[in-house]
Design a protein around this ligand. Sequence first.
Ligand SMILES: [Zn+2]
Length: 343
Amino acid sequence: MICGCGQRMVGNGIRTQRITDWRGDTFVSAAAEVRRFRCGACGSTERLVSPDTESGFRMSRIAADRIIDRVIDKGITRSAADANLDSATVSRLVSSRTNAVLHDTERPRMARLDMVDGNMLCVSDIRTKEPVAVFAGCRDDRLVPWLSRPYPSVIVPDAFCAPQLLKLSATFKMAMSAQTVLDLVRPLLSRAAGKLPDITDTPHEVAANVSQVLGGADPIRQATTASVTSAGTPARHFMRLCGQLFDALSSRDADVGQNSVKLWRSACTGAWERVFASVIHFLDAFAALVFSHPVCLEPRFPAPKFELSTPANVLSLSLDRMRRLAPVTGLRPAGPRYALISH
Ligand SMILES: [Zn+2]
């Protein structure tokens, strides 16, 4: 063995240590040989362990591979029992392997961020529509550094993570999909209708009908405008303003859309500014994300769903395994308990 300083290192003793190994399809406790070397010139020392061990763990690399495979299929607790290890060690192995996988995973240039299972954040590549990695929520320390290297991605948060990630608009180019903006605006418009009787002479019954129409799944258009409001009334004008905002947010051109939203905003004055207060507040707060990049016009694809609640790290490892196996089998491997069931 040659030292970093260029001199040959000399043997400095051999000892053995117990490790977990994988032999004959089972986990066994085995002796690993640790050979130590020392450089006579500079005093550096080296260790050579046989068989090859997982760095930072008393287990062979092959045993670590088998444990990770089991964790993806059966979870941490059962895998730890199978390998005769404690769960804490296996959790630590999962973290270590996940960090290595994240390090080697290519960052999507355009990344969609979806909240899944209420507390995990899934990063998907907008070009391939494939999920790439899963983090333990918006506050996972690894998220921002990961998305930033080797270049800052364009990030497209869903309606759930957009408010939590708003502060990142200084670091990343952020854009909300036009569809997400519409989804967020619709309930605000529905609630704004409820204010009509307070600010205008609109009867409560009419306001309730307008609110219901706006809260519905179908887009409001001429038919509903005519059927729930009378010509010349404030309620009719309210519907017209809502229609204009929908049209602006449905634009197929980012620049045109951004300008139309600004025009709508500046036309909302006087009593209408009070009626639409929550909508205006939303548009102001998220201005940096509305029609801010052509990616916001990309059609939306369904959010990833995972079969069972499981730690984000295990899901990242599972995605990595799918990526590695896909070129071999040409198919998504079936069966793993934590597999992606749709995306
Ligand atoms: Zn040396």
